[in-house]
Design a binder for this molecule. Structure first.
Ligand code: 5AD
Ligand code: SF4
Length: 455
């Protein structure tokens, strides 16, 4: 029987969907990309912004026609929106069969089996409780058979304890818990044995790994996360390690030293800043100022030559003035971010900041958003042009999706490089290439003879 799974939101959701796909495959299910070809349809949802919720609701609503055509299909809503809305979803979407929250995702295969086997008896099911088993029960993987598995991601923590005032994650994903380091290393070992070369470690605050959910950042000489990175780098076959996202204040000297000393740890750090205005940072309940954030960045820049930064920013937080926004813009320029996810503030019911008026007009949010995107494009073009003539090490991924005549790969600094296929170079191999051309999005190696397009 075929299943279809659609994922909204973050990389953690992508990873959960991959684990669930692996678990279903182990029970004999086959993944399909076609909704009308599936006996089971799963929607893994995100609640971080209203728009993500509305998109998912619209899509699932649309599935009504499939159900009308075939009563036997099973439709489930899982993840953050399932956790947040619970049985309200059965009212909004009467054609769905189950609701499964973030705290019991590992129950999906059993839940589905029950719904299939007892079709005439059990019509609906809802699981929105919390079980610690979700921590160990989500380690399965699922690779597309036609593509070599160069990349693999591993969740190392679940949940979040930080309660930033705008964020719904602590409410829908629950308290922060870390997996045992041995389990994480074993999972990385299994991925490496299947040919994975680059590992992405995931968590809402990865740098808090192993700290038992305490809110105060660790002393300078402590970092269980750094110890995990060292062990991950020692796994045979692993060439690169990335991680996302670390909360800024958890960059102890121990962690910075580890990154500096271990070249397998990628020179691209995603460091969510959210705002450059101290007043707004305080209202967001972020535990740093613009100056102390810059200090962490500068310590990393000094310790790790060539390091690049990316970030998350929210524009239009309640009370954000033009002056606050200008401070964000200035901070972004000072750090020199190569990439950023910019979000327009979206009030989430139940969070602290939702009690305040969503005071910034949508047109101001949109204008601020666009200004930051324009800054970013100009800055990354400048950075990329400066790489022309330089030789960079690239992890080859294989033919590019848009133009299979070309291959693509990534630098340690997370930049995409397009190059002409090289005899003897396979996906997962490391190649050194000279950069000949650049756009704000991509780099092009000298071995490409035609002109670059906008890939
Ligand atoms: N509105 C807009 N953006 C948000 N984020 C989290 N909550 C909200 C919200 N209510 C953004 C933050 C976070 C990223 C994952 O999503 O920038 O880092
Ligand atoms: Fe949300 Fe803040 Fe936790 Fe990130 S650190 S998931 S923004 S509460």
């Amino acid at each position: 029987m075929n299943f279809y799974i659609k994922t909204y939101g973050c990389q953690m959701n992508e990873r959960d969907s991959e684990a669930l796909s692996g678990m279903l495959a182990a029970r004999g299910w086959t993944r399909t990309e076609r909704e009308d070809d599936a006996r089971l349809l799963i929607f893994n949802t995100c609640s971080v912004r209203d728009q993500a919720e509305r998109k998912a609701l619209g899509k699932i609503m649309h599935m009504k026609k499939l159900k009308r055509r075939n009563e036997d299909i099973i439709i489930g809503v899982i993840g953050c929106m399932a956790q947040r809305m619970g049985d309200e979803l059965f009212t909004e979407l009467p054609h769905i069969d189950f609701v499964l929250g973030t705290g019991q995702l590992h129950e999906l295969p059993d839940l589905v089996a029950q719904l299939v086997e007892e079709r005439g008896v059990v019509h609906r099911a809802m699981l929105t409780g919390y079980s610690d088993d979700v921590l160990s029960g989500m380690s399965a993987h699922c690779f597309d058979e036609n593509t070599p598995p160069v990349f693999g991601s591993v969740a190392i923590t679940r949940g979040c304890n930080r309660f930033c005032s705008y964020c719904i994650v602590p409410y829908v994903r629950g308290r922060e818990i870390s997996r045992p380091a041995d389990d994480v290393i074993a999972e990385i070992g299994q991925l490496a044995a299947r040919g994975v070369r680059e590992i992405l470690l995931l968590g809402q605050n990865v740098a808090a790994f192993g700290l038992n959910g305490v809110l105060t950042p660790p002393p300078e000489d402590v970092s269980p996360f750094a110890e995990l990175l060292e062990r991950a780098a020692g796994v045979e076959g692993i060439a690169r390690i990335r991680f996302t996202s670390p909360y800024p204040t958890y960059f102890s000297q121990r962690l910075i030293d580890t990154i500096a000393a271990e070249p397998k740890i990628c020179r691209a750090i995603h460091l969510p800043v959210q705002s450059g205005s101290d007043r707004i940072l305080k209202a967001m309940n972020r535990q740093y100022t613009a100056v102390s954030y810059l200090e962490i960045v500068n310590r990393l820049k000094r310790a790790v030559p060539g390091i690049c930064f990316s970030t998350d920013v929210i524009v239009g937080f309640p009370g954000e003035t033009e002056e606050d926004f200008a401070a964000t813009r200035a901070l972004m320029e000072e750090v020199g971010f190569d990439n950023a996810f910019i979000f327009k503030y979206s009030p989430r019911r139940g969070t602290v900041s939702a009690k305040h008026e969503d005071s910034v007009a949508m047109e101001d949010k949109e204008r601020r958003n666009q200004l930051l995107l324009d800054d970013l494009a100009a800055r990354s073009l400048r950075h990329n042009l400066a790489l022309i003539g330089r030789r960079v090490e690239v992890l080859a991924e294989g033919p590019s999706a848009r133009n299979p005549q070309r291959w693509c790969g990534k630098t340690s600094t997370a930049k995409t490089v397009f190059f002409a296929p090289i005899p003897g170079v396979n996906p997962g191999d490391m190649v050194t290439l000279e950069i000949a051309r650049a756009t704000h999005m991509s780099l092009f190696a000298g071995n490409i003879s035609d002109l670059p397009d906008n890939e």
